[in-house]
Design a protein around this ligand. Structure first.
Ligand SMILES: [Fe+2]
Length: 246
């Protein structure tokens, strides 16, 4: 009989395939030069503290948290869209009842934050933050406004592609994911160093949503599908970092 404590025999997670996550040092993305680790990362063995974790906060969800167009007295300016998808684990199984949070710029490409001084209008009817939980099949759904592109000062004439930020905790600390969803056909994708810092082309494409007739609502809103995979071979890439206006 083994005398090993249980915490030393925990099944870990598969390491990421090379090139499927952003390079931590990627000089075209200027701020990585200052913040990237200068020493090789230390890989720690999995223990209970990585493969288990607290489950966050469904009790604080409110009725319109998933509908960013209904959080104020009036309708926000912009094109209504539906963003939905499934959250899956490394083996393709649904991650159920898990918290999904989003935040984004308004239709003009402006965040309602004092550090965002982009010369574009704010929208009193749009905060740009939402949350929901997945259902029993791992599905989530948001109604929102298509976010605008916005400039950032990474390099001359730098513009971020339209994007929605996502944050998920999943069932454990090791499944924590912060990432960004993009829109199909956006011409800025090929010029965005946050996207191109991911070497693997297939991994980059996992961040681009798919136009979806199934969730498009006649006379109301276009639908985009964005499936999110926590860990494994097809894992959704993690964001490199969270700068003030990313
Ligand atoms: Fe952003």
């Amino acid at each position: 009989m083994s005398t090993k404590p249980a915490t030393t025999s925990v099944a870990g997670y598969r390491r990421n395939d090379r090139g499927t996550q952003p390079d931590l040092l990627y000089p075209p993305y200027a701020s990585t030069v200052k913040r990237a680790p200068s020493h090789p990362l230390v890989l720690l063995p999995a223990s209970l503290s990585e493969v288990t974790g607290p489950v966050f906060g469904f009790d604080v969800l409110k009725a319109n948290d998933h509908d960013l167009t209904k959080q104020h007295a009036g309708d926000p300016i912009g094109e209504r869209i539906v963003v939905s998808g499934r959250v899956l684990d490394a083996n393709g199984r649904p991650v159920i009842n898990t918290l999904v949070e989003v935040w984004q710029a308004n239709a003009a490409g402006r965040y309602p934050h004092q550090r965002d001084q982009h010369n574009a209008p704010t929208d009193p009817n749009f905060t740009g933050a939402g949350r929901t939980q997945t259902d029993s099949e791992g599905r989530y759904r948001f109604v929102t406004i298509r976010p605008g592109e916005y400039p950032w000062r990474n390099h001359y004439n730098a513009w971020r592609p339209a994007h929605i930020h996502f944050s998920l905790f999943g069932p454990a600390f090791s499944t924590r994911l912060v990432t960004q969803m993009y829109f199909p056909g956006d011409p800025l994708l090929d010029y965005d160093p946050m996207v191109t810092s991911i070497p693997d082309e297939r991994a980059r494409r996992r961040l681009v949503s798919v136009f979806d007739w199934e969730t498009t609502i006649p006379e109301q809103a276009l639908g985009y599908r964005f499936d999110i995979i926590l860990r494994g071979r097809d894992e959704t890439p993690m964001e490199n970092y969270l700068p003030a206006r990313s």
